[in-house]
Design a protein. Structure first.
Lengths: 78, 130
């Protein structure tokens, strides 16, 4: 069962690095432990955002493919 | 933590876009990132050019970027400065030569520096020349 997100960022229609930069801003603003998800219609962002999350040390809850976009769900861990 | 410096000497949109994306993302991952804008790379930040989106492009890809909903380097760099450790410096030599003032450029630069100051800043950095 997927936990409910505290914040959803709809970055569909934007391209790299738009969705990633939106996510980073949200992570910076939210408190530790919060779950943030970003929606991207850009496949390269869907592949690259998890790489950023890993490198930045946050938790990737998952990448979920919807009809024509991806939901990338992240927990801020620090 | 690594230190990354980019010498941005090209005014071609494609190259500036690539440089700004690499610099911005690196600056959000605990790296200290410095961009030194010089030559045509500095001119790309002129207010009149930015307002008209009148950048030089290498070809169709750059033109396509201007038509598509691609985040442009100015916005990407501004976002990175808010959330990451990114500093931008304008080249003093070019500004002296062209008798330009910093307020003729978009409000994104941390300072105007010369080559000696820049070299001092990047002694312990990886330097990429674009």
């Amino acid at each position: 069962m997927e936990a409910e997100s505290d914040r959803v960022i709809d970055a569909r229609g934007s391209y790299c690095p738009g969705p990633l930069m939106e996510l980073i801003k949200a992570i910076k603003e939210e408190e530790t432990g919060k779950i943030i998800e970003v929606w991207s219609s850009d496949e390269s962002s869907a592949k690259d955002i998890p790489e950023w999350v890993k490198k930045a040390g946050h938790e990737l809850i998952g990448v979920f493919k919807e009809s024509d976009y991806w939901r990338i769900v992240v927990r801020k861990t620090k | 933590m690594e230190k990354l410096a980019i010498v941005l000497a090209s005014g071609e949109l494609e190259k500036i876009q690539a440089a700004s994306i690499i610099a911005s993302v690196a600056s959000t991952l605990g790296n200290e990132v410095i961009i030194f804008a010089t030559m045509d790379g500095l001119m790309a930040f002129r207010k009149d050019i930015v307002e008209k989106k009148a950048w030089k492009t290498a070809g169709d890809l750059g033109k396509g970027m201007l038509e598509a909903n691609v985040p442009l380097f100015i916005d990407t760099l501004k976002q990175a400065k808010e959330v990451g450790n990114l500093k931008l410096y304008a080249c003093g030599m070019i500004m002296d030569m062209l008798k330009m003032k910093i307020d003729e450029f978009v409000d994104i630069f941390d300072d105007v520096v010369g080559v000696s100051a820049f070299l001092g800043m990047v002694e312990d950095a990886k330097v990429i020349f674009i």
